[in-house]
Design a binder for this molecule. Sequence first.
Ligand code: SAM
Ligand code: SF4
Ligand code: F3S
Length: 441
Amino acid sequence: MPSVYIKTFGCQMNDYDSGKMRAQLAADGFTPAESAGDADLVIVNTCSIREKPEQKLHSFLGTVLPQKKVRPVTVAIAGCVAQMAGKELYRKYPKVDLVFGPDAVHRIREMVEESKVRRVLDVDFFGEDTYPFPTDVDPDDQSVAGFVTIQKGCDNKCTFCIVPTTRGVEVSRPAADILEEVRRLVDRGVTELTLIGQNVNSYGLKANAAGAGEPTFSELLRRVHEVPGLDVLRYTTSHPRDMGDDVVACYRDLPKLADHLHLPVQSGSDRVLRRMKRFYTREVYLGLVERLRAARPSLVLTTDVIVGFPGESDEDFAETLSLLEIVRFQGSFSFMFSPRPGTPALRLMDDAVPDSVANTRLQAFQRAQRRIQVEEHKKLVGDTVRVLVDGPSAHDEGVMCGRTSGFKTVNFPASMDLTRGTWVDVRVGAAYANTLRGERV
Ligand code: SAM
Ligand code: SF4
Ligand code: F3S
């Protein structure tokens, strides 16, 4: 039996694509390999969102390609760096057998066959009407948490972002296909489902959407919510600009909709938001947060923030810190701005913020975020929370780990035969920045 090892960098889109590739290759007898050193086929699924993840491709290839001298191994570069710089990579690494972008994922089986006779390069985008969303479900994934893609690409043009270049135009997937995949996952034991896309709130709104009669995002949420056997429904990522009151109302009406929303704000300063072309203001964002909390008072909010965007002043950064204090996000991904090839923000680089300044701001943001997380988590001590069991803790023997609907990781002592996917009640005894700890009740 041939074996495959897929190294995945980047976001849920790449995780999802890697799962689809595993599923398709299983049809040709490929089994999962423990490590790149054991595999007959090694695929690196790359991310180009910032410079750092992009560099990981080169260090990974540095460990894999020398193996070709001692044994036959097929090596493929997939994902966003391949899409962005496929031709260069194809030339730079003559020992790499395949280079292909996200739109070629559904062709993985034929490309691997073809690579037996010649090298393969496929970085073409599909036309929007014909985009073939792969449907196979990863046979080796036993998780109770499942992911279903509802759209590909992104039609926004946030000035810092490479995604529109690497993933192409936004295409919504037909609702019937989404529902069919959801049902298949639920039948296999998935109880917590995340709908994924770069800009899920604009699902179904675009001219290039799946076709006439397709639902809007809020209608889609309502339809998926009806699927029997599903306990928790999540989605990511949301753009605040496209989040209408119909989606806000879902937080009032749909009990299975998770108590957690990831709503990237990027900056708390209107001046910076304008230069990022995010098309909302601080006031609009805060108004949205207020309406969401009116609809679902227990809602936990997390966000993404970029510090050191070109032209960001101390005052602008202070606005980001003050927004954090007002909203009290319970988690965030924060990054120093990283200039990406071909993005409009490159034209603003005359106003670049020195790395040392951006780094000091990042540390200050992360310190404040951590303090808020600890303060918010301490409020839960003494409460009983419902936890969906995920499995044994990676660090502590005799301890199980699970997640609340509000996306909190909870550790608790329990016998190891407690089945993954069951719900248990845990009384919170201790709170840390990233986890809660308690006893079953
Ligand atoms: N589609 C989502 C949105 O609109 O917020 C997120 C897309 S991106 C995969 C995830 C995060 O990476 C962004 O929210 C942003 O904070 C960060 N990011 C994107 N481009 C960046 C850049 N050039 N430098 C630093 N961070 C970046
Ligand atoms: Fe990038 Fe903006 Fe699209 Fe998100 S919405 S993927 S940040 S262009
Ligand atoms: Fe990275 Fe591509 Fe996702 S650039 S964040 S893997 S869409």
